[in-house]
Design a protein around this ligand. Structure first.
Ligand SMILES: Cc1cc2nc3c(=O)[nH]c(=O)nc-3n(C[C@H](O)[C@H](O)[C@H](O)COP(=O)(O)O)c2cc1C
Length: 320
């Protein structure tokens, strides 16, 4: 089994991956980066987001596979070639993003109702790619059965891994993952399949593992922020699932408090405005404060504070 950190724009960016890897280096096998937008295929034109996978700054972080969002074959190939030059040997194609303005352009999960567009894209892209291609997808955009027409198409191409988040785009992140539909379709893939969605406790992991014993890769997103120790707790509960050396015991690893504090220190050291730092800290705090032994009204004080010094003091108090 391999645990993979999910791509989450604004959350599992380099800043988080590096702080996390520093605290818990064995927890995840690798991460998929938040998506790089496709803008004329020029890696520099892709704006600041590409900094996230720049090799030098990722050297002391966990291994990362860059993800690309878009359906322009030329742009996809050009950006992939550049990523290959930078040393990457795999890119991940995002056909799962549910955001309406993206889906409306048949990008992300918006392409799933259009299997012929998936085929046209892969027909053009695959022969030109010098590196491996993996895919991250949902069951569909409007309907969970859209995946039925997509799988035979994906099966025609050399794809190294398909990660399925079994929701439809219209659901965004609400409702339940459609486990029954996942169970029905995942054996139809010729490629290795990874499961992703709503694993926030060891029991959630256990359920997926028991139901799908041949799944050998599980991706965790929000669960890793709601409880940064989750991958370690999973590995300690099911050591036989993981080939590598045993995880060190929790008593020798940094606590969640230590981890939050080191992430906050990293944010404070960023070369961005005070307001941007406050925003970023609050975004992380919403999720990361959950496992702390404080009532919600107390942790929410950080969200109501307007001043960086006050925020820092409150966090220091609650991470002692
Ligand atoms: C704030 C946020 C940003 C996300 N950004 C991306 C992204 O850039 N690329 C992607 O493939 N999925 C993205 N996702 C989806 C996650 O990778 C994942 O599929 C989803 O959160 C379900 O897994 P989880 O229940 O383990 O979090 C995002 C999710 C959230 C909540």
């Amino acid at each position: 089994m391999q645990l993979v950190l999910a791509p989450m724009q604004g959350l599992t960016e380099l800043l988080f991956r590096r702080a996390y890897h520093r605290a818990y280096p064995e927890a995840f096998g690798f991460a998929i980066s938040p998506f790089l937008p496709l803008t004329a295929g020029n890696i520099r034109d892709a704006g600041k987001k590409v900094d996230d996978v720049w090799p030098e700054v990722n050297a002391d972080s966990m291994p990362v596979v860059p993800q690309i969002l878009g359906r322009d074959p030329e742009g996809f190939v050009a950006l992939s070639l550049r990523l290959n030059e930078l040393g990457y040997s795999e890119v991940n194609w995002n056909i799962g993003c549910p955001m309406r303005r993206i889906a409306a352009k048949h990008r992300g999960s918006g392409i799933l109702p259009h299997p012929e567009e998936v085929r046209a894209f892969l027909d053009q892209v695959v022969p030109q790619l010098p590196l491996a291609l993996s895919v991250k997808m949902r069951l569909g955009y409007y309907d969970e059965n859209e995946i039925d027409a997509i799988i035979p198409i994906l099966n025609e191409y050399p794809i190294c891994r398909v990660t399925v988040h079994p929701r439809i785009g219209k659901q965004m992140y609400g409702g339940q993952p459609r486990i029954e539909k996942f169970a029905e379709v995942y054996p139809n893939f010729r490629h290795p399949v990874a499961y992703n969605g709503d694993i926030v406790t060891v029991a959630d992991y256990a359920r997926i593992r028991t139901r799908f014993p041949d799944i050998d890769q599980i991706m965790i997103g929000r669960g890793a922020l709601l409880n940064p120790l989750l991958p370690i707790q999973i590995r300690q509960s099911y050591p036989a699932d993981f080939q590598s050396a045993d995880m060190p015991s929790l008593s020798v690893l940094p606590t969640v408090q230590d981890f939050i504090l080191s992430l906050v220190e990293d944010i404070l050291a960023l070369n961005i405005s005070e307001q941007a730092k406050i925003r970023k800290i609050k975004e992380y705090w919403c999720l990361l404060s959950r496992p702390l032994p404080y009532a919600e009204e107390q942790t929410r004080r950080v969200l109501h504070a307007a001043d960086l010094a006050e925020i820092r003091n409150l966090i220091l108090l609650m991470t002692k």
